[in-house]
Design a protein around this ligand. Structure first.
Ligand code: GLC
Length: 496
């Protein structure tokens, strides 16, 4: 009798425990303007492609992503999408068609919103005269999709200005609907420089915002979508702790410092991760030879083949310094321009890969021409070549003036290429100065060309000391830049 009782109690306890451990899954929906592997032009796409996947893998959230169906998405993907429905969406006084397609991959449900008038364009995905209208449509259509498909989430996570209007619609218009009212809104800033600023004449005409929201949305006499989202969301997050504190400062905030300070109580900074399956020197199909931290012999082959490919003298004893970057001013290229000739007078090889402002493109081509056999510049955005450089180089230079997070320094580290960075934003949170065996790279504080050059020379000195180099390279490769830690932080933020 007694025994029976004990068993009964235990079973009951276990049953309760199981219930506690498997609560109903919560739902999060990400909104963004680009997402790897479907469509990518920058770091936002990497994050949109890897964070939802990491969250889905953890298993506590059901994760969906809503994206525009750009004509630039490859047919290989498009042929796999399934048509679900269509309806009309209000864009100011206009009614525009919206088709919805879906696709599932890695446990994440993707929805693509179709309207060829807005998203069938040649070449780039941004930079059109009607970008405001295109993303007003997308931001509103995303909410209508949620209603039509009855996929109301607990949390909606909007990213950057292109989806900022969703938060304004959610909190300002759709709020009347009980199901929308329950949704919590997170607005993630990947770069505060791009705010979605439009003439005030677009306020009602294009965005259909009501006048009572004007104090939230208007800034300096214009519509400012990012400002509106910061004011109206439940949580503002940004992509590194250092950047979260930097944007309270006029130097970094591009005018929004007071708005950030006013909303500081709901500000979070979570360092991005990178996709460890996608960026893996052990399996990367772009590499000349695969390797891992236990055996770097493959990296030596990568260096040799890279030198051959770029017509540089094949020498293992000379350090290769690489820059892989958009060629724009906030990447710190003025510092490079100031000192690159001093650097090239030494026994080094320098490789520059990137595209951007014409003055930088011309300048780096000019230097490469003058220093043939020591310096190569490739003006392109090229995934294949970038992997060959990440794996074949020794030192990775990223002296950004501002860097919300930065992913390249993490990728370089994973490929055993040691970073030299300026201590700003996510660079400051991910790269720690090498000293007495501890630290995974080289850093400098002031935005000063000769401080940078001094630090590069410290890295070069260390390169010649085999023991120390092995150590710093190992520290770089074993730094954990996967999403493991950060996806937990996102979950904790959502749970709040
Ligand atoms: C933006 C930022 C970059 C960040 C990326 C992903 O491109 O400029 O620093 O890594 O977004 O969050």
């Amino acid at each position: 009798m007694e025994k029976k009782n004990t068993v009964k109690t235990t079973t009951k306890k276990t049953a309760v425990k199981i219930k506690e451990e498997i609560p109903d899954k919560k739902k999060v929906i990400f909104l963004g303007s680009e997402c790897a592997p479907f469509i990518a032009t920058g770091g936002l796409a990497d994050v949109m492609g890897s964070l939802p996947k990491a969250l889905a893998k953890r298993g506590n959230y059901e994760v969906s992503v809503i994206l525009p169906l750009y004509s630039n998405i490859s047919d290989e993907f498009k042929s796999k999408f399934t048509y679900i429905t269509n309806f009309n969406v209000s864009v100011g006084w206009r009614w525009q068609y919206c088709g919805v397609f879906s696709y599932e991959q890695d446990g994440v449900k993707y929805y693509f919103l179709d309207n060829e008038y807005y998203f069938k364009r040649e070449g780039n995905i941004y930079g059109f005269y009607d970008d405001g209208e295109r993303y007003a449509f997308f931001s509103r259509a995303a909410l209508d999709t949620i209603a039509r498909l009855d996929i109301y989430p607990d949390v909606i996570n909007c990213n950057d200005w292109q989806t900022a209007a969703s938060i304004i619609y959610l909190k300002g218009i759709y709020y009347g609907d009980e199901k929308f009212r329950r949704i919590k809104a997170v607005f993630t800033i990947h770069n505060i420089e791009y705010q979605g600023v439009f003439g005030i004449d677009t306020y009602e005409d294009l965005f259909g915002f009501s006048q009572n929201l004007r104090a939230f949305i208007e800034f300096d006499g214009n519509v400012n979508l990012m400002k509106g989202a910061i004011e109206m969301c439940d949580i503002v997050s940004t992509v590194s702790p250092t950047y979260a504190s930097e944007i309270k400062n006029a130097y970094f905030a591009h005018g929004l410092e007071n708005i950030i300070i006013r909303n500081e109580h709901k500000l979070f900074g979570i360092l991005n991760g990178i996709d460890y399956d996608y960026y893996n020197p052990k399996t990367d199909k772009y590499l000349f030879k695969n390797y891992d931290e236990k055996d770097l012999s493959g990296k030596a082959v990568c260096k040799e083949e890279l030198q051959k490919m770029l017509s540089l003298p094949v020498r293992s004893d000379v350090p290769i310094i690489a820059i892989i970057s958009r060629l724009v001013s906030h990447k710190g290229l003025d510092l490079v321009r100031c000192t690159i000739e001093d650097l090239l007078k030494q026994d080094v090889q320098v490789i520059i890969l990137g595209k951007g402002e014409i003055s930088y493109e011309n300048y780096f081509n000019h230097v490469a021409y003058n220093y043939k056999g020591k310096c190569v510049s490739i003006i392109a955005y090229n995934q294949d070549l970038s992997r060959k450089i990440y794996s074949g180089a020794d030192i990775f230079l990223m002296p950004s003036k501002m860097e919300p997070c930065g992913l390249s320094q993490m990728i370089a580290s994973r490929y055993g290429t040691v970073s030299v960075v300026r201590e700003t934003g996510g660079l400051n949170d991910s790269i720690k100065a090498f000293y007495e065996g501890v630290g995974n790279g080289f850093t400098f504080h002031d935005y000063n060309a000769h401080d940078m050059l001094y630090t590069i020379n410290e890295a070069i000195k260390t390169f010649y000391n085999k023991e120390s180099w092995k150590k710093v390279q190992n520290n770089a490769m074993s730094s954990d830049f996967s999403w493991n830690k950060s996806s937990i932080e996102y979950e904790n933020m959502y749970n709040k």
